[in-house]
Design a protein around this ligand. Structure first.
Ligand SMILES: Cc1ncc(COP(=O)(O)O)c(C=O)c1O
Length: 399
């Protein structure tokens, strides 16, 4: 126990934001380490003082990006060259979805719990190509979702697109089972990894998914405007790059995309952000330790869920036993906006989620950097709120 506390204290020293507030909002943006911040500042200062493009800068930038790909493969499995650097989950999802040779009438299956930034590119594809979106109702994502997905399969199903961890319930989806289902019907599985990357362990080749689009800024704590898309080598021909940059091409229209998933990258990455990402991933890989971080996140979230479940007036909306760090809940007589605002006044930062067709809930992102005392402290505040919800009425901004 002492060892855990000493390690945690040392790590929390590296994350100033988690000492400013009980920080339970990695599902939006996670805290960044001092090392990552310093790498960004140093790189931006160097650009300012030495000149942005002087001999060696391009080459150095390319080397930095390759180092990040290697880190991603250490963290998520797969080969380094199977990762494309992106600026967000949405960008990765858009690259994968737009890379398919859709025909009118083709179908995509998704779920009722997805984020608007998966529904949006699906809608765009439907407008552009005349595809159909089928939404499987998987409840809160707990239990057997395979049957609900399979019920939506038809002879026109081309893709199943869903999240690894549901942003509005916290359910962790068994990707290997969904991939098996998709492949049994010759469909591809495209995964929104916005909530899962850095929250739950994953070995990508073992899941057998076909595309995995993750952000940097959430549970990994990397800078905004960073992210990655994993497409395994054997799927490169299933996803055509929509935008191409440097590759073999000529004015007659001859084109050979560059090797590996790098072919999907659109535009330059901001050099200081790449270096910030590298420093943050180094911090997670070498100082925090992936296994330790996933285990602590899960154990703390289980503890939080079990604690609030026993409070009169609190309803837990996450599937017990099937979560990582996200816990969603409601309090009788209170709206989630007011719960989030009232907790912030008491120095705990969570958020609310209110996007139909998903549920409207208060959402706490419980993560490895939180102390046990903070988690218990937030539980106590929720107990007080549940005892008299009228005390927090109107505290949140109007929805
Ligand atoms: C499940 C899910 N998908 C997509 C997104 C969008 O992420 P990004 O800003 O990285 O595109 C979010 C952001 O909250 C999310 O939770």
């Amino acid at each position: 126990m002492l060892q855990v506390e000493t390690k945690l204290d040392a790590l929390r020293e590296q994350l100033p934001a988690v000492r400013a507030t009980g920080y339970f909002n990695a599902g939006t943006n996670g805290p960044m380490s001092i090392a990552a911040h310093q790498a960004i500042v140093d790189a931006a200062t160097e650009e300012l003082k030495a000149g942005r493009i002087i001999p060696g800068v391009y080459e150095g930038h390319a080397v930095n990006i390759e180092r990040v790909r290697v880190q991603l493969s250490r963290l998520f499995g797969g080969e380094a060259d199977e990762f494309a650097l992106t600026r967000s989950s949405n960008e990765g999802l858009s690259i994968a979805l737009n890379g398919i040779d859709w025909a009118p009438g083709d179908e995509v299956i998704t779920t009722n719990l997805e984020h608007p930034l998966l529904f949006a590119p699906l809608g765009m594809i439907a407008h552009r190509y005349g595809t159909k979106i089928r939404v499987a109702n998987i409840g809160n994502g707990g239990g057997d979702i395979i049957t609900a997905l399979e019920r939506q399969i038809t002879g026109r199903t081309r893709v199943i697109a869903l999240s690894h961890v549901m942003w509005s319930s916290g359910a962790v989806i068994d990707l290997a089972a969904v991939a098996e289902l998709a492949h049994a019907y010759d469909a591809l599985l495209i995964v929104d990894a916005a909530q899962s990357a850095g929250q739950v362990p994953v070995n990508l080749p073992e899941t057998n998914v076909d595309a995995y689009a993750m952000p940097g800024q959430k549970w990994l704590g990397c800078p905004e405007g960073t992210g990655a898309l994993w497409i395994p080598r054997h799927r490169l021909t299933d996803f055509v790059p929509t935008y191409v940059r440097y590759c073999a091409s000529d004015p007659a229209g001859y084109i050979v995309p560059c090797p590996g998933s790098r072919r999907y990258e659109m535009g330059e990455a901001y050099a200081p952000a790449v270096l910030g990402m590298e420093a943050q991933l180094q911090f997670l890989l070498d100082e925090v330790g992936p296994e330790w971080m996933y285990e602590r996140t899960r154990a703390l979230a289980d503890h939080f869920l079990a604690s609030i479940e026993n409070i009169d007036g609190v309803t837990v909306c996450s599937p017990r036993g099937q979560i990582g760090g996200l816990v969603c809940f409601n309090i009788n007589g209170a709206i989630p906006q007011d719960i989030a605002a009232a907790l912030f006044e008491r120095n705990y930062t969570i958020r609310y989620v209110a996007y139909p067709p998903g549920p409207t809930v208060a959402r706490a992102s419980i993560a490895w950097w939180n102390s046990d005392e903070e988690v218990d402290g937030m539980v106590e505040e929720l107990r007080k709120i549940a005892a008299d919800p009228s005390t927090i009425e109107g505290k949140g901004a109007p929805a």
